[in-house]
Design a protein around this ligand. Structure first.
Ligand SMILES: Nc1ncnc2c1ncn2[C@@H]1O[C@H](COP(=O)(O)OP(=O)(O)OP(=O)(O)O)[C@@H](O)[C@H]1O
Ligand SMILES: [Mg+2]
Length: 276
């Protein structure tokens, strides 16, 4: 299974957000997508998940074109995502947030659930148990009956990922999962994400936190002004002067890139606190 971007382009009026990007992503690996603000990282995720249309080029999974499909068809193809700004069902419980996402995969069996109540009860119990298993993995089982919107910010970030996992995706797209998290929470998240690496799964993690990216990711894609600037292992990215120039405008070392990323974290922390 491979996810392929082929001469991908996205334009908003005259603004070219993604400019002729071609690359592919293999299962079993975690890919970091990094780059300065406005580089086009979220746009890549939004196009892959079908939230935005593609202006030119194509996106395919296992040779099957995703661009042009409806958003729910893309989700049914096994692609799940989280958002840069958290989007939970705030009024639903933590458990319900997962159950509703597990449901579409079973839609074809709905008539059986309705006509054979025992079967329906068994399926509902199975859905609940697999949702609880995911909550336990994220340490959220104690919050199962709490309203999602009442959780502390860091727990909400975890819940968003848990909810995406409830769809049992083959491709997991995470847009700044560590945004607004403190150092301890980020370390916890990094460890959890590492455990999600699986031979069947492609993971793309857009992130500004360089500690997370360098620790977690097997490959890194560097975006700059809508173009794919560089692609390689963490060590190769750290050694690339092109990447340093893109981030800092100077040829400084990785410590400066870290410092720039920390500034970004501080900004996001302020935003997160304002929201809560
Ligand atoms: N819905 C939209 N309408 C118009 N322009 C957009 C839209 N979404 C993104 N853009 C533009 O596309 C470019 C890429 O934006 P994108 O959000 O993909 O960047 P990013 O790399 O995710 O940045 P950040 O790190 O700040 O999240 C930017 O110039 C942005 O202003
Ligand atoms: Mg973004």
């Amino acid at each position: 299974m491979t996810l392929v971007f082929n001469n991908l382009r996205k334009q908003y009026g005259a603004n070219v957000a993604i400019n002729d990007v071609s690359t592919d992503f293999a299962p079993g690996l975690i890919y970091g997508v990094i780059g300065p603000n406005g580089a086009g990282k979220s746009t890549l995720i939004n196009m892959t998940a079908g939230s935005y249309t593609v202006s030119a080029g194509s996106i395919s999974l296992d040779g099957r074109r995703l661009d042009g499909m409806k958003k729910h068809q893309i989700a049914n193809s096994g692609i799940a995502r989280t958002y840069q700004n958290i989007r939970l069902f705030d009024q639903m419980t933590v458990l319900e947030n997962l159950e509703v996402c597990a449901y579409p995969a079973e839609v074809r069996n709905v008539w059986r659930e309705v006509l054979w109540p025992p079967y329906g009860r068994a399926r509902a119990a199975a859905r609940r148990e697999s949702a609880m298993e995911i909550l336990r993995f994220f340490g959220l089982e104690g919050h199962a009956d709490a309203e999602a919107g009442s959780l502390p910010y860091g727990r909400q970030r975890m819940l968003e990922i848990a909810r995406a996992l409830a769809m049992n995706p083959r491709v997991l797209l995470l847009d700044e999962p560590a945004a607004g998290l403190n150092h301890h929470e980020t370390a916890e998240l990094t460890a959890k994400l590492a455990e999600l690496r699986s031979p069947e799964r492609i993971m793309l993690v857009v992130e500004h936190d360089m500690d997370l990216v360098m620790t977690l990711c097997d490959r890194i894609v560097v975006m700059h002004h809508g173009k794919l600037l560089f692609q390689g292992t963490p060590a190769e990215v750290q050694a690339s002067s092109d990447v340093q120039l893109a981030y800092l405008g100077t040829d400084n070392d990785i410590d400066d890139i870290r410092a720039a990323a920390q500034d970004r974290r501080a900004q996001l922390g302020i935003r997160a606190r304002r929201r809560s």
